[in-house]
Design a protein around this ligand. Structure first.
Ligand code: FRU
Length: 470
């Protein structure tokens, strides 16, 4: 289910953009080894966000300047002057903006491509924004239609500020405003994104989402993937919530640096993001070879009003359904009977998609054990008493490569009496991604089980809960 490079190190996804029928996934990449270094933009393309083809490095480190995280857009009307397509009906090209890192200072730079992202030229006038400081990075650019201008959101990482700039041509930028410090400030701020989303079931209503990651994930809560909900007038973002309150997009430890696709056609209308499946606490020691690093599955973002306020919900893109193979349905059975069916139909695997609707009954906790094998299991469950979703990877397989890896993560989950609980789980070779109650809570966790650990069962086996549909 998850993209990994063929070999070598990868961290953040970068420059997600849809252009001429292709989704582009660039990523922080070391072309020379399986550890962080020589940061360049690796590249992969897909027609469905599910099947990816890795291409040669798009933007390599050069002259002692690493290519840090950033974003890309389609410059539809050649506002930059970079586009060389002669066709009168389409004068567009791709433009990327990234943080250049000299080893000391970070500044913002642009590059462009006139061949559908295959080759890139760095702009001769780089850097385009330079504050002569060390921690200024991760530019995410978007077109702001009401003001007819490009806007880029960056971070002053150690000051816990997002700084916004505007431009007419992607080359000359003027400062708009700062946001922060607000929310969680327990680490460096990284990889911001800013976009508008409609509110589900509230016709014509929308809010803006500012997402900002906190490095390393898992120290303050959640994966480090923090977001704010508020308003944006083309100049300044204003948070709807109290300044001290942090909202988390993912409560697992391994969803980081997410940003959304640019230029998804209006006829599609989805806002989709992906994140790096990792955490700086222990990423350098993941026991994989010859590659290290994965991306999350693409997730559709929505806003929904809950009693406590407007919150982000995330759902896997429907395109993933094309990966479905053999299909087993179990309906209206006790947990025990469901386990017998799973066994009799020999349901097992190191890649499984599970969609379950569960009636908790009076079970204190219930859920799934996946990737089970000799003394191994990863538990995904609901604690009804504590109103929590949890993932326990303490016995998931290889956990010893870093003391901060092994553990049990929890997320608050509202469970009203008599309410059915919905779990949508992607079990993969070295990760699980859990969407609870239609994306109201998400948890992403890496696991490194033995290849032979492919079992699955439901608990509690006492059978006091009931599978409504699996
Ligand atoms: C986030 C990050 C970014 C930076 C990149 C460097 O994971 O630290 O802030 O641009 O990784 O690889």
């Amino acid at each position: 289910f998850h993209f990994t490079p063929l070999k070598n190190w990868m961290n953040d996804q970068n420059g997600l953009v849809f252009y001429q029928g292709e989704y582009h996934l660039f990523f922080q990449y070391n072309p020379f080894g399986n550890e962080w270094g020589h940061m360049s933009w690796g590249h992969a393309v897909s027609r469905d966000m599910v099947h990816w083809k890795q291409l040669p490095v798009a933007i390599p480190e050069a002259n002692g300047v690493m290519i840090f995280s950033g974003s890309a857009v389609v410059d539809w009307h050649n506002s930059s002057g970079f586009c060389k397509n002669s066709s009168s009906s389409d004068n567009s090209c791709l433009v990327a903006i990234y943080a250049g890192y000299t080893g000391k200072l970070q500044n913002q730079n642009v590059a462009y491509s006139n061949d559908r992202g295959r080759t890139w030229k760095k702009y001769a006038g780089n850097p385009v924004i330079d504050l002569h400081i060390a921690d200024f990075r991760d530019p995410k650019v978007f077109w702001y239609q009401p003001g007819h201008k490009w806007i880029v959101v960056t971070v002053l990482a150690t000051e816990h500020k997002a700084r916004l700039f505007a431009s007419k041509d992607l080359k000359h930028w003027t400062t708009l405003s700062d946001f922060g410090p607000e929310g969680a400030v327990g680490g460096a701020w990284e990889c911001p994104d800013l976009f508008k989303l409609p509110i589900e079931n509230e016709h014509g209503q929308s809010r803006w989402v500012l997402s900002i990651d906190v490095n390393p994930g898992g120290i303050a809560g959640g994966s480090g993937n923090q977001y704010f909900v508020g308003s944006f007038d083309g100049r300044k973002f204003v948070n709807d919530n109290p300044a001290g309150k942090a909202l988390w997009a993912d409560y697992g430890k391994d969803f980081y640096a997410s940003t959304s696709f640019s230029d998804i056609p209006a006829s599609d209308g989805r806002r989709i993001w992906m994140g790096w499946f990792g955490n700086w606490q222990y990423a350098a020691r993941f026991p994989t070879t010859p590659w290290r690093g994965a991306q999350s599955i693409p997730r559709v973002l929505k806003l929904k009003r809950f009693p406590q306020g407007i919150r982000l919900i995330q759902q896997p893109v429907a395109e993933l359904e094309t990966l479905r193979g053999r299909h087993v349905t179990i309906e209206n059975e006790s947990v025990e009977a469901a386990n017998r069916v799973l066994q009799s139909k020999a349901v097992s695997g190191d890649t499984l998609e599970i969609e379950a609707t569960i009636e908790p009954g009076n079970a204190k906790s219930f859920g799934f054990e996946v990737r089970t094998g000799r003394a191994q299991q990863t538990t995904i469950g609901i604690d009804r008493v504590k109103s929590e979703l949890f993932v326990d990877r303490t016995r998931s397989g290889d956990t010893g490569f870093d003391p901060r890896f092994s553990g049990r993560q929890t997320a608050p989950l509202r469970i009203a009496a008599g309410q059915l609980v919905e779990l949508h789980i992607f079990v993969d070779r070295c990760s699980i991604e859990v969407f609870a109650n239609h994306g109201e809570r998400v948890m992403s966790e890496l696991i490194f089980p033995s290849v032979s650990s492919q079992g699955i069962r439901l608990f509690p086996s006492g059978g006091r809960g009931r599978i409504f549909r699996l």
